[in-house]
Design a protein around this ligand. Structure first.
Ligand SMILES: [Fe+2]
Ligand SMILES: [Fe+2]
Length: 171
């Protein structure tokens, strides 16, 4: 939930920038790079990663209600759509830099998709899924899960920069 609050701050910034891009009829590609990095590394790898690889995996061994089992699938689908939108944003930015002006509209569209998707996704997790599934765990299981979250987070920075080195080598 702490990470949701950070994501909401990013969504507010994006919304302001969308207005500006539409007003000025141009896209700030450096801003788009920062947004792509945020969604790839923070929202997806770090945040969805802990949800899918730790919390959701642990919940698979629990007796969840049909409603929450369906909701978990829905949340995973929403993670996939966010991933696809980020990829499209990244591709459109490349086309834009090559001189394709139409790519500006694609970028704005994907940014709008992300700012529309996340508030509801976050609300479903904060208000329904997290509180309703938390009681499947004992206090010591919850403590253990927090430890796994911390361990998961500690790997990301190394993974990110190892990937950077590999990508730079391939250029
Ligand atoms: Fe999520
Ligand atoms: Fe989340």
């Amino acid at each position: 939930m702490i990470e949701h609050r950070v994501t909401e701050k990013m969504l507010a910034i994006i919304n302001e920038q969308i207005d500006k891009m539409e007003r000025d009829k141009k896209v700030d590609s450096v801003f788009v790079d920062a947004v792509v990095d945020f969604f790839e590394t923070y929202a997806d790898r770090t945040h969805h990663g802990k949800e899918e690889d730790v919390l959701f995996r642990e919940l698979e061994g629990k007796n969840m209600s049909d409603k929450n089992t369906a909701l978990m699938k829905e949340l995973i689908e929403e993670h996939k759509s966010a991933r696809t939108a980020t990829l499209r944003l990244k591709e459109a930015k490349k086309e834009y830099l090559k001189g394709d002006d139409k790519a500006a509209g694609t970028m704005i569209g994907q940014l709008q998709f992300l700012t529309n998707l996340y508030p509801e996704h976050i609300m479903k997790e904060d208000k329904i899924f997290f509180p309703e599934t938390e009681n499947h765990f004992t206090t010591s299981e919850l403590d253990e899960m927090l430890r796994k979250f911390t361990e998961f987070d500690s790997r990301i920075i190394h993974e990110k920069y190892n990937n950077l080195i590999n990508n730079l080598k391939e250029r």
